[in-house]
Design a protein around this ligand. Structure first.
Ligand code: CMP
Length: 140
């Protein structure tokens, strides 16, 4: 079966609430390979570049302020159908709509502070992985 890579973030609220370890444990338990991982503290400009696709949205300012409000963990995850598998594990974007057992249900506080991010398509994953990782970071 073909392996796929996706990009994931443990967002500042989950990191500062002390939930990064629990989220990582779920990632390993679900069978992902963590190909790349690092903690970083995004600047506002870096957050704006990452979420540029949303720059016309009314929540862009709030979103990028939040992502630059504390440290987060960025990761490259590998699995069969990794993009869908990670989105299924995260649950719905709004934690209020997320199913029991999903990460956003357990660790999300609100639509903005929803604990985790994941790529939504292969092209997005390629952009997002390249935004934070070099090829050398991802040798296995
Ligand atoms: P994420 O998967 O990181 O992709 C874009 C983010 O924008 C999304 O998760 C939400 O956290 C955030 N978002 C989407 N809609 C809203 C909104 N109406 N208000 C605030 N944040 C939003």
């Amino acid at each position: 079966m073909t392996q796929e890579r996706t990009f994931a973030i443990i967002k500042p609220n989950a990191f500062t609430d002390g939930n990064a370890g629990k989220i990582l444990a779920r990632i390993y338990a679900e069978g992902f390979t963590v190909v790349g991982i690092k903690k970083l503290y995004m600047s506002k400009v870096e957050a704006e570049g990452f979420y540029a696709v949303h720059k016309e949205r009314p929540f862009f300012g709030e979103l990028t302020e939040f992502m630059a409000s504390g440290p987060c963990i960025v990761m490259v995850l590998e699995a069969e159908c990794a993009i869908k598998k990670w989105r299924d594990l995260m649950g719905a974007t709004n934690p209020a709509d997320a199913a029991e057992g999903t990460l956003r249900k357990e660790f999300g506080a609100s639509l903005g502070e929803n604990a985790t991010h994941g790529s939504d398509a292969p092209e997005t994953a390629a952009f997002e992985i390249g935004y934070f990782f070099s090829g050398l970071d991802l040798l296995m």
